[in-house]
Ligand binder design. Structure first.
Ligand code: NDP
Length: 258
C-alpha cells in the first residue's frame, strides 16, 4: 500500500485520467476527494470508487468557489497529502476563426484554474505533500490550430518548476504528468463515433515509436509514483507518457524502412 493513510484531492476525478488516478490511489490505500462539474458522472464515479471517495461539485474556473469547496472538503476529510490538478479541456483555436471567449475559456480552465486550485489547497496541505499538475505533449509538438491549448500546457510546465521552488521550504514536491494522446472522453467532440476514434488512434498512434495512444491508467501509474514516497526526493520534473512521441519521434512507423 503505497498511499496508506494519505488524503488526495483530484480535480476532474469524475472522468478519464482523473478517474483512473482516483482508482489507482484508492487501490494503494488513499482516501480521495474528486471534483468535477457534471453531477451525473460525479455520482457515477463516487459510486464506482466506493467508500474511500468523496465527490465535490465544483467549477474550477471559479476561484472563490474553489477556495471555499477545498476548505470545506479539508474540514470534512482532513488535510491533504496529495493534490492532482488534472481538470482540463481540449479544443481547437485556429488563427482567423477563434473568438476571445473561446481562447480565454481554454486558458482559464487549463492554466489559471490550475494555479488557483493549488492556491486554494495550500492552507490545507500537510508539509511534505505532493502536488501533481497535468501537462500535455502539445506544449512542444506545434500542432496547427491548437495555440491556446498548447500555450496553456507550456505554461503549466513552467508553473511546475516555479511552484517546485516556491514550495520546497515546506518539503512540498511539485511535479507533472505529461500525457500524449490518451483514450478518454476528452476526444468525444472530435471523434464522436467508434470509426472516428479508430481513425484518430491510427493518426495519433502513428506519431510515436510505440505506435498507439496511451490508456488513462498508464498516466495514473505515473501520477501514483509522483504522489508516493517512492518519489520523495523528486520535484520539478515531468513524466512524459507518450510512447516516445516527443523524445524519439524518428522511431515512428512512417520513418521505418518498408
Ligand atoms: P476528460 O474529458 O475525460 O476529463 C476532463 C475532466 O476535467 C473531467 O472530469 C471534467 O469534469 C473536468 N473539468 C473540465 N473543465 C472543468 C471545470 N471548469 N471545472 C471542473 N472540472 C472540469 O479528459 P482527460 O481525462 O483526457 O483530461 C484530463 C487532463 O489530461 C486534462 O488536463 C487534459 O488536458 C490532459 N491531457 C489529456 C490528454 C488526452 O489525450 N486525453 C493528452 C494530454 C493531456 P466535468 O466535465 O464534470 O467538469
Amino acid at each position: 500500500m503505497r498511499l496508506r493513510n494519505k488524503i488526495a484531492l483530484i480535480t476532474g476525478g469524475n472522468s478519464g485520467i482523473g478517474l483512473a488516478t482516483a482508482k489507482a490511489f484508492i487501490d494503494e490505500g488513499a482516501k480521495v476527494v474528486i471534483s468535477g462539474r457534471n453531477p451525473e458522472t460525479l455520482a457515477a464515479a463516487e459510486q464506482a470508487l466506493g467508500a474511500d471517495a468523496v465527490a465535490l461539485r465544483l467549477d474550477v474556473t471559479d476561484a472563490a468557489a474553489t477556495e471555499k469547496a477545498v476548505a470545506e472538503a479539508a474540514g470534512t476529510v482532513g488535510k491533504f497529502d496529495i493534490v492532482f490538478a488534472n481538470a482540463g479541456i481540449g479544443g481547437a483555436t485556429p488563427l482567423g476563426d477563434t473568438s476571445l471567449a473561446q481562447f480565454n475559456q481554454i486558458i482559464s480552465t487549463n492554466l489559471t484554474a490550475v494555479f488557483f486550485t493549488v492556491q486554494a489547497a495550500l492552507p490545507h496541505l500537510n508539509d511534505g505533500a505532493s502536488i501533481i499538475l497535468n501537462g500535455s505533449v502539445h506544449a512542444v509538438i506545434g500542432s496547427p490550430g491548437w495555440s491556446a491549448y498548447a500555450a496553456s500546457k507550456a505554461a503549466v510546465r513552467a508553473m511546475t518548476r516555479n511552484m517546485a521552488s516556491e514550495l520546497a521550504p515546506r518539503g512540498i514536491r511539485v511535479n507533472q504528468v505529461t500525457p500524449g494522446g490518451t483514450r478518454t472522453p476528452i476526444w468525444s467532440p472530435m471523434a464522436p463515433t467508434e470509426d472516428a476514434m479508430s481513425a484518430l488512434e491510427v493518426r495519433l498512434g502513428g506519431m510515436s515509436p510505440l505506435g498507439r495512444m496511451s490508456e488513462a491508467d498508464e498516466i495514473a501509474k505515473a501520477a501514483l509514483y509522483l504522489a508516493s514516497d517512492d518519489a520523495s526526493n523528486v520535484t520539478g520534473i515531468e513524466i512524459i507518457v507518450d510512447g516516445g512521441m516527443t523524445s524519439a519521434p524518428a522511431g515512428a512507423k512512417i520513418f521505418r524502412p518498408a
